[in-house]
Design a protein around this ligand. Structure first.
Ligand SMILES: [Zn+2]
Length: 261
């Protein structure tokens, strides 16, 4: 698959993404035209009530059950209305079924823009999750690869797990009546936090995974020495994206081949 143009949608509540820089990175890496757009919910016009109803209905309340459509209350629909207009207002972590979320936002894109070679990459602070049949539960996901692809900034922070010692320390702190901040301070730098300055580098890797998926049908790499590594641990995420910060030999070759086509 070829890309004639990539549309990159902003998440204004997370300025650390540095969209200008991300756009330059994608342009340079894949030699494609990139257009920066506002947050998807503020860019297109669509029936707000209907879309907010759908968004509220794909919320996950029980992580141990496969997807079941939720019957949203008016309060939940109003909450969606408020937070899609101003994503800064989304303070709590709310889980959404990632595939449903992807399906809903894909309908925001007008048909004439949903042509094959247009690739839409949407950044959101909503937490996308998918149900895993191997352990029968929902997990947070940093990226949902499709067209449009979704990158969840909350997913980047919450989906790859923090070091095991962090959770042990956190439990111990809680038993002693200490707060989360204490554990955070002790393990600072071993994981990505909200509004972390490293986010701009890390999100490049996820943008690469989504773009690779669109181009080749394969998003991830087994090797930690590669930006396409689908990290399950924060330590691995920081290692692949910050310390290594490049593709493995095999994927670099695939990329070079794509650029020559
Ligand atoms: Zn690789």
């Amino acid at each position: 698959m070829k890309i004639s143009k990539l549309f990159l949608y902003d998440e204004p509540s997370v300025p650390e993404i540095d969209l200008e820089n991300l756009s330059k990175f994608i342009k340079k890496s894949f030699n494609i035209d990139v257009e920066i757009r506002k947050n998807i919910f503020n860019f297109f016009t669509f029936p707000k009530n209907e879309i907010c109803n759908q968004l509220a209905s794909c919320r996950i309340f029980d992580t141990r059950k496969p997807f079941e459509r939720h019957m949203p209350s008016q309060e939940e629909i109003d909450f969606e209305m408020k937070t899609i207009t101003d994503s800064n207002l989304l303070k709590n972590i709310i889980m959404y079924d990632g595939f449903e979320f992807q399906r809903i936002v894909s309908f925001l894109i007008p048909e004439n823009e949903r042509i094959m070679n247009n690739f839409h990459l949407i950044i959101t602070n909503k937490l996308t999750c998918t149900y895993d049949n191997r352990d029968y539960r929902y997990h947070g996901r940093a990226v949902i690869c499709s067209n449009p692809s979704i990158i969840s900034t909350t997913g980047i922070v919450e989906a790859p797990a923090k070091p095991k010692e962090y959770y042990r320390h956190l439990m111990l702190n809680m038993l002693q009546g200490l707060n989360v901040e204490n554990a955070k301070k002790k393990f600072h730098g071993t994981y990505l936090d909200y509004h972390d300055s490293k986010l701009s580098r890390v999100i490049e890797g996820y943008a690469m995974q989504a773009t690779f998926y669109f181009l080749t049908g394969e998003a991830f790499c087994e090797s930690k020495e590669c930006r396409l590594h689908n990290a399950h641990w924060q330590q691995d995420l920081l290692y692949s994206q910050i310390k290594i910060g490049k593709l493995c030999h095999r994927h670099e070759q695939i990329l070079q081949q794509l650029l020559c086509e």
